[in-house]
Design a protein around this ligand. Structure first.
Ligand code: NAD
Length: 339
C-alpha cells in the first residue's frame, strides 16, 4: 500500500453509520470515526442521545447528524441506510453496535427475553448487514463492522441470550466476508472485553437505582484483574479497533473477529483465583500466577521460576493440564482448556 500513516487512517469523504451511537461504545466509535474525517450518521433508538453525540462531534469540529432507528425493525434499518445514501450518495462504513443485555440462566430464560435479545443483538445486526451490504456490493467497496463480545469465547453463566446472539454475530460476519469479498466489501467483528459503559452499570447499582461508587470501584478492580495487563478497558480501546477496521489501513483484513480485551479470555489460570505460586515436585512443569498478575512457569526445582510471555500459555497449560477452577464469582472467567 502506497500511503503515509495519516493517509492509511484517513476517512475524509467517507460516510459511516454507527448504530447505538447515543452512548457507551457507540458514542466513542462515532466520535473517533468523525475525528478521522468521516461524515457520521449517529443512529440510536433513543433519538435524543443520538442528537447529543452528533452535537458533541460537530462541536469538536467533526461532521455528523442524528437518525432515530429501532434496529429490530427491518424497514427502519433500510430507511436509515437509504437516508445516508440519499444525503451523501454513498455509504462506506457501517458499525452495527446497538445491543441490549439480559441476565438469565438457560433454565430461567423466558421466551420473551430470548426473542427480545435475539431481535436487537442478532436480527438488528443482520438487518444492518443486509441493508448496507446491498449498497456496498453495488458500489464495489465498503467496510462492515459488527460488535460481538468476549462472551463468545467463554461460557458465561447467566448470560446465555446475549452470548448466543454474539456468537451468531461472529459467524454472520465471517460468512458475509466470504460472500461480499469479491465485491471488495470487507466484513469484520470486534469482540470487546469488559468496558465501563452504561450497559454494565447494572452490577453496581444501589437499590434506589443510583450508582454506588464503592461497589463500582471494587467491580472495576475485579474486572481489571481479569486481564493479564491488570487494566480495565476503555471505550476508546474499542473505538480505535473500529477505526482501524474502517480505514484503508485494514484493506487486506476481512473475516476476522478482533479481540480487544486485555487478554482476558485467554485460557489461563486467572490471578484472581490462583494461589500466589504453584510449585510442583522436582522436574515437574508448573504454571503459576503471582499476586501482581505475572505469569510464571518452569520446572519444579530449586531456583527462581521464570517469567513467560502469555503467548506461550496454551502450551504451558498442557503440561500439566489446567485444573477446573471452582465457581468464579464474576461468572465470566471459567478456566476452559481449548483442545
Ligand atoms: N461494554 C462492554 O463491556 C461490552 C463488552 C462486549 C461487547 N459489547 C458490545 O458493544 C456494543 C456497545 O455496548 P455498550 O456497552 O456501549 O452498550 P450501551 O448499553 O451503553 O449502549 C447501547 C446503545 O444501543 C442503543 N440501542 C439499544 N437497543 C436499540 C435498538 N433496538 N435500536 C437502536 N439502538 C438501540 C441504546 O439506546 C444505547 O445507546 C454492544 O453491541 C455490546 O454488546 C460491550
Amino acid at each position: 500500500m502506497d500511503a503515509t500513516i495519516s493517509e492509511a487512517f484517513d476517512l475524509t469523504d467517507r460516510v459511516a453509520v454507527v448504530t447505538g451511537a447515543g452512548r457507551g461504545l457507540g458514542r466513542a466509535i462515532a466520535s473517533r470515526l468523525a475525528e478521522a474525517g468521516a461524515e457520521v450518521v449517529c443512529a440510536d433508538l433513543a433519538g435524543d442521545t443520538a442528537e447529543e453525540t452528533a452535537r458533541l462531534i460537530v462541536a469538536a469540529g467533526g461532521s455528523a447528524w442524528a437518525h432515530s432507528v429501532d434496529v429490530t425493525d427491518r424497514e427502519a434499518v433500510d430507511g436509515m441506510v437509504a437516508a445516508a445514501v440519499d444525503r451523501h450518495g454513498h455509504l462506506d462504513v457501517i458499525v452495527n453496535n446497538a445491543a441490549i443485555i439480559v441476565d438469565s440462566t438457560v433454565l430461567d430464560t423466558t421466551e420473551e427475553d430470548l426473542d427480545r435479545v435475539m431481535a436487537v443483538n442478532y436480527k438488528g445486526v443482520f438487518f444492518g448487514c443486509q441493508a448496507a451490504g446491498r449498497v456496498m456490493r453495488d458500489q464495489g467497496s465498503g467496510s462492515i463492522i459488527n460488535l460481538a463480545s468476549g462472551a463468545i469465547d467463554i461460557p458465561t453463566p447467566g448470560l446465555i441470550c446475549y452470548s448466543a446472539a454474539k456468537v451468531a454475530v461472529a459467524q454472520l460476519s465471517r460468512t458475509l466476508a466470504v460472500e461480499l469479498g469479491p465485491f471488495q466489501v470487507r466484513v469484520n467483528a470486534i469482540a470487546p472485553g469488559w468496558i465501563d459503559t452504561p450497559m454494565n452499570e447494572r452490577h453496581v447499582l444501589r437499590p434506589d437505582g443510583t450508582i454506588d461508587p464503592d461497589k463500582k470501584r471494587d467491580y472495576v478492580a475485579m474486572r481489571s484483574k481479569m486481564s493479564p495487563l491488570g487494566l480495565p478497558g476503555e471505550p476508546d480501546d474499542i473505538a480505535f479497533a473500529a477505526l482501524y477496521l474502517a480505514s484503508p489501513a485494514a484493506r487486506f483484513v476481512t473475516g476476522i473477529v478482533m479481540r480487544p480485551n486485555g487478554g482476558s479470555t485467554m485460557p489461563i489460570c486467572h490471578p484472581s483465583r490462583s494461589r500466589p505460586f504453584r510449585r510442583e515436585g522436582p522436574g515437574q512443569a508448573f504454571l503459576a500466577v503471582s499476586r501482581n498478575g505475572r505469569v510464571l512457569s518452569g520446572r519444579g526445582s530449586p531456583g527462581r521460576p521464570r517469567t513467560r510471555s502469555p503467548m506461550t500459555l496454551r502450551w504451558i497449560c498442557s503440561v500439566p493440564p489446567p485444573r477446573r477452577m471452582p465457581h468464579c464469582p464474576t461468572k465470566s472467567c471459567w478456566n476452559m482448556p481449548r483442545r
